[in-house]
Ligand binder design. Structure first.
Ligand code: PMP
Ligand code: GLN
Length: 387
């Protein structure tokens, strides 16, 4: 009733997790790990609770976490970030993204995203009353630079990129990001970049932060989160950094969303952010798990695009959709628990309803591989019965 557009409804992740719980199917839909992050980080949160860090944290985030974010960005990417004026801790990447979109856009403004897009991006644009302009990826799930350029107008206020990209697993190359940056400079727009999977890249892929491109730090807001990197998705500790005046605008909105959260979790994540080994080990083990799931999906008759990042694989279930006389990938996802005891998420849920991209990707299903190998082997065995 209150939805400003069709973009705000129940999230597909909640819907598919309910389906998995109801049917007892293996949940490869919602992306969350089945092994928690490191014990020493959990112990640090417990110690923070015992030390009395149980009241409101500063609205910007605790100083040690803001410093840890700045140090992380410097150590990994050579970025110079002022922890006092250019970092804002948020309730996950979700709040950082939504606060940024609400702060910087409103009715009459256009916000470009790639399509498919992460669902909260579209919901936040709708809540801001701005106009969402999705730019479909190419058939091989890469940036379509010409389409991006054609989509930009005088009203483009924000270009929202996401790399590594959910749901496709595409890791944008430096050249692709240069194409985005060129459009942003020409149109004098801000780039909001969702880099929550920054450490989860495989093979020869490397993560290139938008803010490291020439002339981009001054117009880029970078969002990330500890949820993916440290397998602590429920703690909802995320952050954003960028030029002080943009961060100030986002902080103004954020004050009235949550003001602050996670007092005891923030110092624990500050500690974790100094640890490069945990994300490195996670990425190495995820690469092997990706291969396990990919091979299983291929053996089960799905056509797979190999992801170079994230913990998702997009598989084309067209053969099964046709064989079973189903409508599309969404239909297949609704039937998968009963047919194979597995839950996935239709890629169309990351597209605007009825769009060109939604049609092109109509039989694709996203599966997560951030599950223990034995769970994935079980899932692969079940999928093999699909025929
Ligand atoms: N952006 C993307 C691309 C995501 O996949 C997710 C969630 N997994 C988020 C943002 C939200 O992150 P958080 O849980 O830190 O809010
Ligand atoms: N980001 C996770 C995914 O893409 C889910 C987060 C959520 O449940 N909103 O699966």
């Amino acid at each position: 009733l209150l939805a400003p557009s069709g973009a705000v409804g129940q999230t597909i992740f909640a819907e598919m997790t309910v389906l998995a719980n109801r049917t007892g199917a293996i949940n490869l839909g919602q992306g969350f790990p089945d092994v928690d992050g490191p014990d020493y980080v959990k112990e640090a949160a417990k110690a923070a609770i015992d030390a009395g860090r149980n009241q409101y944290a500063p609205g910007d985030g605790v100083p040690e976490l803001r410093r840890a974010v700045a140090e992380h960005q410097h150590r990994h990417y050579g970025l110079d970030v002022d922890p006092d004026t250019e970092v804002l801790v948020a309730t996950g990447a979700t709040e950082a993204l939504t606060a940024a979109i609400l702060a910087l856009t409103g009715p009459g403004d256009e916000v470009i995203t790639l399509e498919p897009f992460y669902d909260s991006h579209a919901a936040a644009i709708a809540m801001a009353g701005a106009t969402h302009v999705p730019v479909p990826l190419t058939a091989d799930l890469r940036l379509d630079a010409a389409a991006l350029r054609a989509a930009a107008t005088d009203r483009t206020r924000l270009i929202l990129v996401n790399t590594p990209h959910n749901p496709t697993g595409t890791v944008l190359t430096r050249a692709e990001l240069e194409d985005v940056a060129a459009v942003a400079r020409e149109r004098d727009t801000v780039v909001l970049t969702d880099e929550v999977y920054e450490h989860l890249v495989y093979d020869d892929a490397t993560h290139v932060p938008m803010a490291t491109l020439p002339g981009m730090a001054e117009r880029t807001l970078t969002v990330s989160s500890s949820g993916k990197t440290f397998s602590l998705t429920g703690w909802k500790v995320g952050w954003l950094h960028g030029p002080a005046e943009l961060v100030t605008a986002v902080r103004t909105v954020k004050q009235f969303m949550t003001y602050t959260s996670g007092s005891a979790f923030q110092p624990a994540i500050a500690l974790a952010l100094a640890d490069d080994e945990t994300p490195r080990a996670l990425a190495a083990s995820l690469a092997a798990r990706r291969d396990l799931l990919r091979e299983g999906l291929e053996a089960a008759g799905f056509d797979v695009v190999v992801p170079r990042g994230t913990y998702f694989v997009v598989a084309d279930g067209a053969a099964h959709v046709a064989r079973l006389g189903l409508e599309d990938g969404h239909d297949l996802c609704l039937r998968l628990p009963e047919l194979a005891g597995v839950v996935g998420v239709p890629v169309s849920a990351f597209c605007r309803q009825g769009s060109t991209a939604a049609r092109a990707l109509r039989s694709r299903v996203r599966f997560t591989f951030v599950k223990r190998p034995e769970v994935l082997r079980d899932a692969v065995g079940r999928l093999a019965t699909l025929g």
